[in-house]
Write a protein that binds this ligand. Sequence first.
Ligand SMILES: Cc1cc2nc3c(=O)[nH]c(=O)nc-3n(C[C@H](O)[C@H](O)[C@H](O)COP(=O)(O)O)c2cc1C
Length: 205
Amino acid sequence: MNILHLSASPRGDQGDSHQLSSCIVEQLLARHPGAGVTRRALAGGALAHVDGDYARVLASASDETGGHGSLGCSERLIEELACADVLVIGTPMYNLTVPSTLKSWIDHVVRIHRTMRRTPGGKVGTLPDRPVYIAIASGSWRTGERARQPDFLEPYLRAVLPMIGLKDITVFTVEGLGLGPEQAAASRTQARAAVERFFAVQQAA
Ligand SMILES: Cc1cc2nc3c(=O)[nH]c(=O)nc-3n(C[C@H](O)[C@H](O)[C@H](O)COP(=O)(O)O)c2cc1C
């Protein structure tokens, strides 16, 4: 089993989204001890935004691929994703949605003529489905009755990933991290417990 672990927090190992997504990876490894993990940090300039050639090719009817610039990078990231049996994403909420680093990864892997095609019924993904686990960290409440902000993050990921064929999506959340140290500690404990519960139930099923 290959696990691809994407982490979008610029805080590295200290990031709450990184820590919760690492907890997911630990649970997967506990159940599949021989699994390999590919870790890809997206922040800190690791991934550039797409370039002009890439935008030109995607705007045309061409299925051109290339070994340079964004097209080459896209090809490598798509290969990496295609080789993964499980995708784990750790991401903070930034200004109500995904950070631009994760958006850049999406712009590289959601590619017409490659990971999706147009049909009369709409866009259809070409990647075989596989489990996708997402850990989202936010400073305020993002879900439930206490949320005082719109959430364009989770609905966005739930819309864009199926476009390339990834529909089996499970989301974990750690919220209220900016509401004081006590709340943050309680949120972290709760979030980890939710991950552990989920995998315990899966194993029992
Ligand atoms: C640029 C920026 C924008 C943010 N926007 C939001 C937001 O819209 N809503 C929210 O609840 N928290 C927001 N936060 C707080 C982060 O989501 C929170 O600190 C989270 O823990 C960061 O995740 P990380 O620890 O994995 O880096 C923002 C933080 C930054 C730096």
